[in-house]
Design a protein around this ligand. Structure first.
Ligand SMILES: [Zn+2]
Length: 166
């Protein structure tokens, strides 16, 4: 049970509940600071890891599969590290209707930052972004101007608002 985020041999294993908190706090922080299309895409992709819609314990991924824009990889990577830092600073946590277990979530965010820090351009799957966008329906938020949840300010995925759904 649980979900595993991997980079090669390294991985971060979380319980299902912690995974939902992890996606909530990254979605809130990322939605607050994402400016460019690349940045918004990365957050929407994470918000699609919605266990309430796709199944409990089925949202693990390898960070090489994230929709990095290979033309802006270093900027994308810096952005993701900034999002993790913003989540560590409890950005918009007051919008959650629960109090995250800080010991657990800060551990997970730190481990995730370490994985992202290690990610080198040469391991990024060059077609991940294109294939993900190609697979999107015509009404998918990722190609429809990145709407946000009115209640949470969170970028919506094709499954709606991760925070509303959680
Ligand atoms: Zn919401």
């Amino acid at each position: 049970m649980g979900n595993r985020i991997t980079f090669g041999e390294d991985s971060l294993k979380m319980s299902n509940g912690l995974t939902s908190v992890f996606i909530d706090v990254l979605t809130l922080a990322g939605s607050r600071i994402a400016q460019t299309v690349d940045e918004k895409r990365l957050i929407v992709w994470l918000a699609e890891k919605d266990q309430s819609k796709v199944g409990i314990g089925t949202v693990g991924f390898d960070i090489c599969e994230m929709p990095w824009n290979t033309e802006n990889f270093e900027e994308n990577k810096r952005f993701m590290l900034k999002v993790i830092e913003a989540a560590e600073n409890r950005t918009d946590w007051e919008k959650l209707d629960y109090q995250p277990n800080e010991e657990h979530i800060f551990w997970a965010l730190k481990e995730f930052a370490e994985l992202i820090s290690k990610l080198d351009f040469k391991y990024v799957l060059p077609n991940a972004l294109g294939e993900w966008i190609m697979a999107a329906d015509s009404d998918d938020p990722v190609i429809c101007g990145f709407p946000k949840c009115e209640k949470h300010g969170a970028l919506l995925s094709c499954f709606g608002c991760h925070i509303c759904n959680n």
